[in-house]
Design a protein around this ligand. Structure first.
Ligand SMILES: Cc1ncc(COP(=O)(O)O)c(C=O)c1O
Length: 437
């Protein structure tokens, strides 16, 4: 990674991070101990908590056995680490340890849940309900199944990116075998009423899968209260290592059966073959235990930081739109559209603040985010959007620094924008007849 300087330790700073003198060293002067670059992309991934790393270290060195080696102490020690983790993760979601299946991450968990149910219950029905704002790890397995003759109902979320239990209830038919709705959206942080959807699913005897990748560690999760039968989680979103996740699979009331998607040695009670990633699993367990004990405090602190960020930006800039639900939203996520500014240009201008934009780079073009599109956000505003996601190691000084620099950058980019100028002169941009039209 590029080695960024510490922001403005002397008042003459003219460094790359602070930009030319007139573009806002004032902000950095107020925040002398901000270390650049600042990480505000915790929904993409989180750093490993040092306490998690400590728990993993023995399993990366001396305790290297294969957890499936039943005949010697090396295997027993590895297995003990795995079983401890299984219990730590189960405790986080109010489940029994045996219902936790280890995978390589939430993408695999989502695939196993959706394709595993589709194949196992194909004699019962071929209809699946999901939402257009889900992560690709849910959308793409559903699309694949659609190609193979399954019927998918793609629920459209409301303007905040939320689906209702009523929408789900209305979509259920006698062929429905699975509902897959996420607990919280990765781009906008909007949470869904999973417990209400769970009640509908139970009444109508349809299985409910919930992608809880972003909700884990940020909101309390209890599989009984939520009424979910399958739940996906990922280690690297909760300060654990990458390449590990779990799928919770309900064992009673009802007992959920899955067709495995990985054939082999029959690990994980036949649901997911493959030698277990013991250090990763131990790390995920330690991370889950920290989430259990620290989630409430983390959430309270993050809510304050998030509100500070939001208020700071709204107090300095006009024409900023919040994407996502104003209240039913993760404590760490702020997704804003800065009208008349390209999100990508803004990110380049404040590249020492790590955020992400609402445009996804595909090979040929910049596609506006499918999540924002599903909420009817216009392409222009989708291209103007930036997601700030805070986390356990975010500080007040970092938030203040980001507010000042983002506000300054938006003002400068708008000065260069003919569209902004026209809008300020009272021209309705949407009614302009462009020459090429
Ligand atoms: C909601 C959601 N589901 C699934 C995933 C995929 O997780 P993983 O990286 O563990 O495969 C992500 C990752 O961004 C996510 O945010």
């Amino acid at each position: 990674m590029e080695d960024f300087p510490i922001a403005n330790q002397d008042s003459d700073c003219d460094c790359e991070a602070c930009g030319p003198r007139e573009t806002g060293c004032a902000a950095a002067q107020a925040n002398t101990d901000v270390k650049l670059p600042i990480y505000m992309d915790y929904n993409a991934t989180t750093p490993i908590d040092p306490r998690v790393l400590d728990a993993m270290m023995p399993y990366l060195t001396d305790t290297f056995g294969n957890a499936a080696s039943r005949s010697h102490p090396f295997g027993w020690a590895a297995e003990a680490g795995v079983e401890k983790s299984r219990k730590q993760i189960a405790d986080l979601i109010g489940a029994e340890a045996k219902s936790i299946v280890f995978t390589s991450g939430a993408t695999e968990s989502d695939n196993l849940a959706i394709k595993g149910v589709a194949e196992m219950y194909k004699d019962k029905g071929n209809h699946i309900i999901t939402c257009l704002a889900e992560h690709k790890a849910v959308l793409d397995p559903c699309k694949r199944l659609e190609k193979h003759g399954y019927e998918i109902t793609w629920l459209k979320p409301d303007q905040y990116g939320q689906v209702s239990a009523q929408q789900v209830a209305d979509a259920i038919t006698d062929k429905t075998i699975l509902i897959s709705i996420m607990a919280a959206n990765n781009e906008i942080g909007t949470t869904n009423p999973i417990a209400e959807i769970g009640k509908v699913a139970k009444q109508r005897e349809v299985l409910l899968h919930c992608d809880a990748t972003q909700a884990t560690g940020k909101t309390p999760l209890d599989v009984e209260e939520m009424g979910v039968d399958l739940l996906s989680m990922s280690s690297h979103k909760i300060y654990g290592p990458k390449g590990v996740g779990i799928l919770y699979v309900r064992r009673r009331g009802p007992r959920v059966r899955l067709t495995c998607q990985m054939d082999g040695g029959g690990h994980e009670r036949g649901m997911r073959s493959g030698t277990l990633n013991v250090p990763g699993i131990v790390g995920m367990g330690a991370a889950a235990e920290l989430s259990s004990t620290e989630q409430a405090d983390d959430t309270a602190r993050l809510t304050e930081l998030r509100d500070r960020l939001e208020k700071g930006i709204f107090s300095q800039l006009e024409y900023v739109i919040l994407n996502g639900h104003p209240t039913d939203r993760l404590a760490n996520t702020v997704n804003l559209s800065f009208a008349y500014v390209e999100g990508e240009s803004l990110m380049m201008k404040v590249k020492h603040v790590a955020v992400s934009s609402g445009s996804a780079c595909t090979s040929a073009s910049l596609e506006p985010s499918h999540v924002l599109r599903s909420m009817d956000v216009t392409d222009d505003l989708a291209h103007s959007s930036i997601r700030f996601s805070l986390g356990r190691f975010s500080t007040v000084a970092e938030v203040d620094y980001a507010v000042e620099h983002v506000a300054q950058a938006v003002k400068e980019l708008r000065k260069l924008s003919p569209l902004y100028e026209m809008a300020m002169e009272g021209v309705d941009i949407n009614k302009v007849k462009w020459k090429a039209d």
